[in-house]
Design a protein around this ligand. Structure first.
Ligand code: F6P
Length: 380
């Protein structure tokens, strides 16, 4: 039998180290085991196999990749795998396209004798992986097959793990951007509104705003953080205390919920605010920037590569030992995650049902932001 590995969804620095760790652990324990890399995410499962998979990869395949960002086996999103809304005009066609995709993927996996598929990605990828697992088991009930997920996303929004691979790299990239922007806005005494990715969750925006020393952060989970009047009141309190520039970090999830013109309309409010103008002697200039995909570019941090090593190796343990080394066996599709310094295993169904894991008001990071950031009632 063979073990398949693919990376899916948004690329994430550290994915290469996870593939390498799974490969090396598997081969160390069982040098003859057969490994396949599927290229470009789930697309690689449903194409002609000779072009989309690397049959019987050997040790050279994972050399010189650990320091590189992105994913050397490619990734992708597969819209066909997403369940269309029931009122979509082409609902039946889309459902049929999804079934076709799943059938081809299941047949390919069967023909390549894959019994374990390691999928590195986020919650969308795990939903897709579960569908593929279910399709395989429906078509070939007598063949064993399981999916082992490894969390790899800058959004850090998966149940079943404290951190996902790439979050630390993205955090450092965003803090680096904040530091660079601080130089220019301090020189000009401006305010900057900085958009940060994160899908529906505010983790990346929140933590980078804290670590970068931002004055304000707006996250999708806490509506009052997006209110323009409230933000302007805080800036007024700031200029009264001699703040001469402001960093305002906004999570992309806010823009999705509050509207794409959120940044522009906040800019107009700040530039037009009379109290700020009265204190400065002129209106405050505002610039809008976005970190964009730069957040997930570049070499992985040491922390991400270490996490990738632990999770990739944990996935190999589940494949070969049935569970993490020295721990009881676990059945079914699972995800490998971390709880503190420990590697843990969670059923994939549970991960899917409880993701995305969002910021809560009582989370330590959100409470910390209230203590460290600019407040409208700032007493000092
Ligand atoms: O899930 C990772 C992520 O970077 C999100 O933060 C963002 O919403 C999305 O992917 C961007 O997707 P794409 O790379 O397809 O533009």
């Amino acid at each position: 039998m063979s073990i398949g590995i693919l990376t899916s969804g948004g690329d994430a620095p550290g994915m290469n180290a996870a593939v390498r760790a799974a490969f090396r652990t598997l081969k160390m324990r069982e040098p003859e085991c057969e490994l396949l890399f599927f290229r470009d995410g789930f697309r690689g499962l449903a194409r002609r196999l000779d072009s989309s998979s690397d049959r019987s990869v050997d040790r050279r395949a994972v050399r010189d990749i650990i320091h590189r960002g992105g994913t050397f086996i490619g990734t992708g999103r597969v819209p066909e795998l997403v369940l269309p809304p029931e009122d979509a005009p082409n609902f039946a066609d889309r459902l049929a396209a999804r079934d076709d995709f799943l059938k081809v993927a299941a047949i390919n996996l069967y023909q390549m004798r894959v019994d374990n598929l390691i999928v590195i990605g986020g919650d969308g990828s795990f939903r897709g992986a579960r569908l593929i697992g279910d399709a395989f088991r429906a078509h070939f009930p007598r063949r064993p097959f399981r999916v082992i997920g490894i969390p790899g996303t800058i959004d850090n929004d998966l149940h079943g793990t404290d951190y996902s691979i790439c979050y630390d790299t993205a955090l450092n990239n965003v803090v680096d951007a904040i530091r660079k922007l601080r130089d220019t806005i301090e020189s000009h005494r401006r305010a900057i509104i900085l958009e940060v990715m994160g899908n529906t969750s505010g983790w990346l925006a929140l933590q980078s705003a804290i670590a970068g020393g931002a004055a304000v952060v707006a996250i999708p989970e806490v509506e009052e953080t997006w209110e323009h009047e409230q933000i302007v009141r805080r800036l007024v309190a700031g200029v009264r205390r001699d703040y001469r520039y402001f960093i305002i970090v906004v999570a992309e999830g806010v823009l999705r919920r509050a509207g794409a013109d959120w940044c522009e309309s906040l800019r107009r409010k700040i530039e037009g605010d009379r109290a700020i103008e009265a204190h400065l002697g002129h209106p405050m200039e505002v610039r809008i920037n976005s970190v964009g995909h730069v957040a997930r570019g570049g070499s992985p941090t040491a922390l991400d590569n270490t996490l990738a090593g632990l999770l990739g190796s944990g996935a190999a343990d589940v494949v070969q030992l049935g569970g993490l080394g020295g721990e009881p066996k676990v059945d079914g599709d699972v995800m490998i995650g971390c709880r503190g310094p420990h590697v843990i295993v969670t059923p994939l169904d549970e991960v899917i049902a409880r993701s995305p894991r969002l910021v809560t008001r009582d989370s330590e990071l959100y409470q910390l932001s209230l203590k460290l950031m600019l407040s409208a009632e700032q007493p000092f």
